[in-house]
Design a protein around this ligand. Structure first.
Ligand SMILES: Nc1ncnc2c1ncn2[C@@H]1O[C@H](COP(=O)(O)OP(=O)(O)O)[C@@H](O)[C@H]1O
Ligand SMILES: [Mg+2]
Length: 377
């Protein structure tokens, strides 16, 4: 099987000091290499394909020589997290199967306020909150403190620091202003949920399998810091906040709570149309309610990241996990009657998108879709 490992190579697009998510972006190249090595160990022909900045060369490359599967690791385009959702949309348009969530799930995970609305409608507990677009709106919230302030369209704790938990109007104004100015996007302000932080990793579809749970151990965090996982905690290795937010595998003692957590995670996975793998993050309130605080459709697949640790604990070491993800995506695609029926013959498939990409003037019409060549949706 020919597999292309697609990843964003945009960490040097901006100077590190100008890019609040630099460390997160710089990591993905190493992950791509680890994934390619794991796929090769499974006998696949794995090739790395970096996506540079704005250059859409990868589209032409995939159209000219389509692989059997794309292992999609793209988390941004041109240093902008919003580009993450364009990649699965492009792959769907090309008719190339790929691992992981479709554009709709990625989009929702990156529009936290929209995801919350859908989760609430599906009966999933989410913290009460609001989305703020202009600073003046912060004064009219009427939510009880403490509150959590976060950028609506980031992940990897970009924009999250100890100042993200606010206790009064002054702190709220300051932090909302900071997010608006620095991250130039909507701000989610929501109830700060005091309680244990639990991550649920899910694998596969119909129904997704639950991997062992992870809990963040805040016991080594100095008492003056809020119990949250900040950017420093995730990306400044050895820092006070890193050491004070150690992830560890956990089994929930209380059977009713465990069942509730599993049910909430599965419902969230389905409600937001996640696929193949993903991680749902919860905070367990004192009354046992598992509030979903974050949905990670495109969670990190680094060998030392939480998802791989949970898989290893379930008897799937890294190479086996990566092989399994490729297999899940391949089977899902081939079992999809739409994909089967609408898939162009391989030679035409290679030639056609190429012609369309280079089509000019009247040739555009010649390259237009013919009957029986509807795009897979
Ligand atoms: N409503 C909340 N209550 C308590 N802690 C929260 C809440 N929302 C976020 N956090 C804390 O902030 C961290 C990062 O927030 P999250 O929404 O997961 O952002 P990201 O998508 O960047 O990972 C979480 O891991 C958690 O520790
Ligand atoms: Mg998170």
């Amino acid at each position: 099987m020919k597999i292309t490992v697609l990843y964003n190579r945009d960490f040097d697009h901006q100077a590190p000091q100008d890019d609040p998510g630099f460390a997160a972006r710089a990591e993905v190249e190493g992950v791509a290499e680890a994934v390619a090595a794991a796929l090769s160990a499974h006998g696949a022909e794995a090739n790395l394909l970096p996506v540079f900045g704005h250059a859409f060369r990868f589209v032409a490359r995939l159209a000219e020589d389509p692989p059997d599967l794309v292992f999609n690791l793209c988390e941004s385009l041109a240093g902008d997290a919003r580009g993450e959702l364009a990649v699965p949309a492009i792959l769907d348009t090309l008719g190339v199967p790929y691992t992981g969530s479709p554009a709709v799930a990625i989009a929702l995970a990156l529009h936290k306020h929209k995801a919350k609305e859908i989760l609430a409608a599906a009966g999933v507990p989410v913290p009460a909150g609001a989305v703020i677009r202009r600073l003046e709106e912060a004064a009219q919230l009427g939510l009880p403190f403490p509150l959590m302030v976060k950028p609506a369209r980031e992940d990897a704790s970009v924009g999250i620091s100890r100042r993200s938990v606010v206790h009064n109007h002054e702190e709220l104004q300051q932090q909302v202003a900071f997010v608006l100015e620095t991250h130039r996007q909507e701000v989610v302000v929501e109830q700060y949920v005091e309680g244990r932080e639990i991550y649920v990793a899910l694998l596969g579809n119909d129904p997704p399998e639950l991997l062992p749970l992870t809990e963040i151990d805040f016991s080594a965090l100095p008492s003056d810091r809020p119990r949250i996982v900040t950017y420093e905690a995730k990306w400044a290795s050895g820092s006070v906040e890193d050491v004070g937010t150690a992830p560890r595998l956990v089994e929930l003692e209380d059977e009713a709570t465990r069942q509730r957590v599993e049910q909430v995670a599965r419902t969230a996975f389905r409600a937001l149309e996640l696929r193949d793998y993903g991680r749902i993050d919860l905070r367990l309130a004192a009354d046992g309610t598992p509030y979903v605080i974050d949905v990670n459709a495109n969670c990190a697949l680094a060998p030392d990241a939480g998802y791989a640790r949970a898989a290893a604990a379930a008897g799937l070491p890294y190479d086996a996990l990566i092989g399994r993800l490729a297999e899940i995506a391949r089977k899902r695609t081939h079992a999809d009657p739409h994909w089967q029926a609408e898939r162009p013959a391989p030679t035409r498939r290679a030639a056609q998108p190429h012609r369309e990409l280079h089509a000019r003037g009247s040739r555009v019409r010649r390259g237009a879709p013919r009957a029986g060549r509807r795009r897979r949706t």
